[in-house]
Design a binder for this molecule. Structure first.
Ligand SMILES: Cc1cc2nc3c(=O)[nH]c(=O)nc-3n(C[C@H](O)[C@H](O)[C@H](O)COP(=O)(O)OP(=O)(O)OC[C@H]3O[C@@H](n4cnc5c(N)ncnc54)[C@H](O)[C@@H]3O)c2cc1C
Length: 445
C-alpha cells in the first residue's frame, strides 16, 4: 500500500510540468519487456540513479544490463524536479556527521557532493549527455527572517573552516547589486552548483545508456520479484527478466510491498513546483531580480527558486502530507503567498504550470548506497533528501561498482545499512508532526 494518494504512483499520469513542454531531447524508444529475458544486471527504475547505474555497468564493467521502468525514463522525480544540480543530499547536519563519523569521513562526504556536480558537468563536456544547462554558477541560501542572517554568517565561517570552500555572506545590498533583490535578508553563497533542464538530462542520460549497450524497457513495472538459486527473476505484466544482480533504483516511487527488505527504510516526501508566465524585462527590473543563480530560503520547509533562461520563474516548495486534491491546493496557496511576499513587484504575475512529485528521506537523514539487507546480489541507492540531481548520478555510478564487485570508496555517511523507521506504519504521522514543528520554528524563530 502506498503512503500517499495512489495517483502519485500511476506511471500513466504525466506531471503537467514546464519541462514536458520544453525538453529539447525527445523520449528515447523504450519498448515494454514482452519476453522471458536474461541479463547480467537488472535495474529497477529509470531515473538518474537507475540510468547512471545502467550506463556505468555496461560501459565500465562490461555487464549486460536491462532497465525496467514503470513509466518512461525520467517519469519519476528525475524528469520533474527543479533542476538544481547542487549539494545537499543529507538532512543530518555536518556537525552531527562529524560527531558520528569523524571529521575526515565528513569531509569525504562533502567532497563526494562536489564531485557529483562535477560528474554531471563532465558527462556533458564529454558529449555524453545534454543537460539543457543554463544560468550562473553557484547557489545562495537566503535568510527568510532577520535573525536567521546571523546563523547563516556563522555557517559560512563553519563551511570555510571545515571544508576549505569559498563560502561567503552577502548582505541584502550586495545581493541587490547582483540582481537578487527580494524581501529576504541577505544570504550565504556557495560557489558551485548550476541549473539544468531535468527532463532533457534524464532523456539524454537514457539515450547515453542505450548507446553504451544497455536495453531500456518502459511501461514495465516490476510487480513481483522471486529467487531461483543464485539468480533473481523480476516479473512484469508481460514478461520476466532473470539476472544475477539487481539494482533497486526506485527512491521516492518505491513500491514497498515488492521488496520486503526495503520496506520501512524510506519515507517519500512531496515537493511542489510553480512556474510563472514569461516575465518581461520591465517586470524583472521592477523587482530587481535578473540573476539566474540557484536560490532557496533558510526555512526547514524551504522554498527553492530560479529564473529560467526564457524569463519564466520557477518557485518550488517542500510540503504536503497526503497528495490529495485538497492537500495539494493548500500547498499551492501557501507557495503563492510566499512567492508574492518574497517578490512584491510580481504580486499580479500569474502561474502557467504547477506540479508535484516524490523525493525521499531516510530515518538516519543520510543517503545510502548499499547491498539490500538479506538479499544477496541486490543493491540499492536512495534517499537524497530532495537533492538528487547530482548525487543520484554519482550514486548510480557507485552502486554499479558495488554490483560489479568493486569498491566504490564510499565515505562512511554513505555506506551505512539503511535503518528502518521506528514503527514504519506511523511514518506519515512523524512527518506531520515534523512539518508542524518546522512551520512553527520557521515562522517564529
Ligand atoms: C518536485 C521535485 C523537485 C526536486 N528538485 C530537485 C532539485 O532541484 N535538485 C535536486 O538535486 N533534486 C531535486 N529533487 C530530487 C531529485 O529529483 C531526486 O532525488 C532524484 O531525481 C532521484 O532519482 P532516482 O533515479 O533515484 O529516482 P526517480 O527519478 O524518482 O526514479 C525512480 C523510478 O523508479 C520507477 N519505479 C518505481 N517502482 C518501480 C517498479 N516496481 N518497476 C519499475 N519501475 C519502478 C518509477 O517509475 C520512477 O521513474 C526534486 C524532487 C522533486 C519531486
Amino acid at each position: 500500500m502506498s503512503l500517499y494518494s495512489s495517483t502519485l504512483l500511476d506511471p500513466h499520469v504525466k506531471a503537467p510540468s514546464w519541462w514536458e513542454e520544453s525538453a529539447s531531447v525527445h523520449p528515447p524508444a523504450c519498448p515494454a519487456l514482452e519476453e522471458d529475458a536474461f541479463c547480467d544486471a537488472a535495474v529497477i527504475g529509470g531515473g538518474y540513479t537507475g540510468l547512471s547505474a545502467a550506463l556505468h555497468l555496461q560501459r565500465d564493467h562490461h555487464l549486460s544490463v536491462r532497465v525496467l521502468e514503470a513509466g518512461q525514463p525520467g517519469w519519476g522525480a528525475s524528469g520533474r524536479n527543479g533542476g538544481f544540480c547542487c549539494i545537499g543530499g543529507a538532512k543530518l547536519s555536518y556537525q552531527a556527521m562529524i560527531d558520528r563519523f569523524g571529521l575526515e569521513e565528513t569531509q569525504g562526504f562533502f567532497k563526494v557532493q562536489q564531485e557529483a556536480i562535477e560528474t554531471v558537468a563532465a558527462m556533458a563536456e564529454q558529449g555524453l549527455v545534454n543537460l539543457g544547462a543554463s544560468g550562473q554558477v553557484g547557489e545562495i541560501c537566503l535568510a527568510h527572517r532577520p535573525r536567521r542572517a546571523a546563523g547563516l554568517q556563522q555557517e559560512a565561517e563553519f563551511l570555510r573552516h571545515t571544508f576549505g570552500i569559498e563560502a561567503e555572506w552577502k548582505s541584502p545590498e550586495q545581493l541587490a547589486e547582483e540582481g537578487m533583490r527580494s524581501s529576504l535578508h541577505g544570504g550565504l553563497f556557495l560557489p558551485f552548483g548550476f541549473g539544468l533542464h531535468p527532463l532533457t538530462y534524464a532523456r539524454s542520460l537514457a539515450r547515453a545508456a542505450q548507446q553504451c549497450g544497455a536495453t531500456l524497457h518502459g511501461d514495465s513495472e516490476v510487480i513481483a520479484w522471486s529467487r531461483e538459486g543464485k539468480h533473481h527473476r523480476l516479473h512484469t505484466s508481460r514478461g520476466t527478466l532473470r539476472a544475477k544482480r539487481v539494482i533497486l533504483a526506485t527512491n521516492g516511487y518505491s513500491r514497498e510491498a515488492l521488496v520486503p527488505a526495503q520496506a520501512g527504510r524510506l519515507l517519500p516526501v512531496l515537493s511542489n513546483i510553480l512556474v510563472t508566465r514569461q516575465l518581461s524585462e520591465e517586470e524583472l527590473q521592477a523587482q530587481g531580480w535578473s540573476s539566474t543563480r540557484l536560490a532557496y530560503d533558510s526555512r526547514d520547509l524551504l522554498h527553492y527558486f530560479r529564473l529560467l533562461p526564457n524569463g519564466r520563474f520557477l518557485f518550488g516548495g517542500r510540503g504536503g502530507v497526503s497528495g490529495t486534491a485538497a492537500d495539494v491546493a493548500r500547498q499551492r496557496a501557501w507557495m503563492e503567498r510566499c512567492f508574492r511576499s518574497f517578490f512584491p513587484a510580481w504580486g499580479e504575475v500569474g502561474f502557467t504550470h504547477f506540479w508535484n512529485g516524490l523525493a525521499c528521506l531516510a530515518a538516519d537523514r543520510l543517503p545510502h548506497v548499499a547491498e539490500l539487507p538479506d538479499t544477496p546480489g541486490a543493491f540499492t541507492a536512495f534517499a537524497y533528501h530532495g537533492n538528487g540531481v547530482a548525487l543520484a548520478t554519482w550514486a548510480g555510478r557507485a552502486v554499479a561498482a558495488l554490483a560489479a564487485g568493486k569498491d566504490p570508496q564510499l565515505p562512511a555517511p554513505l555506506r551505512q545499512v539503511p535503518p528502518r523507521f521506528f514503527l514504519p506504519a506511523l511514518r506519515l504521522h512523524y512527518l506531520r508532526a515534523a512539518y508542524l514543528g518546522y512551520r512553527l520554528r520557521d515562522e517564529y524563530f
